[in-house]
Write a protein that binds this ligand. Structure first.
Ligand code: HEC
Ligand code: HEC
Length: 181
């Protein structure tokens, strides 16, 4: 019980720090500052390339956390670490407010990658015997129910019934993200 309370207090403390950052966020200033991000993440946070995550419609709380983590070196990425180092707290708040206010784009139906390991694979058939529909059903089941035998928690508990995440808790939106990022 005590432990639970401690965790809860810590979570509230963390959230309130980010609320202060978020409260100061200015969408219009964020849009101007996003010019240096748009080459990779797209003008409205919907990156065309699946190498770069979409930022549109993501919770500002989560975006703030990630940018602070890159800046502090807790999360590392060759491209993002140097980008984040140059950002002030105001920049981070403005950028997060801007991306959170954009609408995330929908994805096309995924295409399974061809099995490149098999040299005889002339018709580029995929690396799995399952169809896309079967894989989506399998993912949906894991998302909703988790898997006790492998101790995987149900994702829905934190990321919500529609992948919408949880803003106060800074649990990210996961729907419509590129499958590979
Ligand atoms: C040169 C390309 C590039 C530029 C420019 C860039 N990013 Fe990124 N960004 C990336 C990549 C790659 C990742 C994924 C890193 C990883 O896998 O951990 C990323 C990840 C992020 C994430 C984490 C997203 C998530 O879902 O966890 C945020 C937030 C972010 N970038 C914000 C920004 C902002 C704000 C700017 C501009 C100030 C910016 N990026 C500029 C390439 C870039
Ligand atoms: C107990 C809560 C919890 C559960 C359960 C959970 N997640 Fe998460 N997830 C989080 C949090 C919190 C983060 C962000 C971590 C951070 O701030 O670095 C996250 C991050 C992610 C991200 C990265 C998002 C991004 O934009 O980069 C993905 C993808 C993800 N989770 C998918 C899943 C899947 C799939 C499952 C189920 C198998 C799952 N999560 C279960 C809390 C949870």
């Amino acid at each position: 019980m005590k432990k639970k309370l401690l965790v809860l207090t810590a979570a509230i403390a963390l959230t309130s720090v980010n609320t202060i950052l978020h409260a100061a966020g200015d969408i219009h200033a964020g849009k101007e500052k996003s010019a240096s991000c748009s080459g990779c993440h797209g003008a409205d946070g919907n990156s065309e390339s699946t190498t770069f995550p979409k930022l549109a419609q993501q919770h500002a709380s989560y975006l703030v956390n990630q940018l602070l983590a890159f800046k502090a070196g807790k999360r590392k990425d060759a491209m993002m670490s140097s980008m984040a180092k140059a950002l002030s707290d105001d920049d981070i708040a403005d950028l997060a407010a801007f991306y959170a206010a954009q609408k995330i784009s929908r994805n096309d139906m995924p295409v399974l990658p061809a099995n490149d390991d098999d040299e005889d694979n002339e018709d580029n058939s995929p690396n799995t015997a399952k169809t896309v529909e079967e894989l989506i059903a399998q993912g949906s089941d894991l998302y909703r129910n988790g898997d006790l035998t492998r101790e995987v928690s149900a994702c829905i508990a934190c990321h919500g019934p529609h992948g919408e995440g949880n803003k106060p808790a800074a649990f990210p939106v996961v729907h419509s993200q590129h499958a590979t990022t």
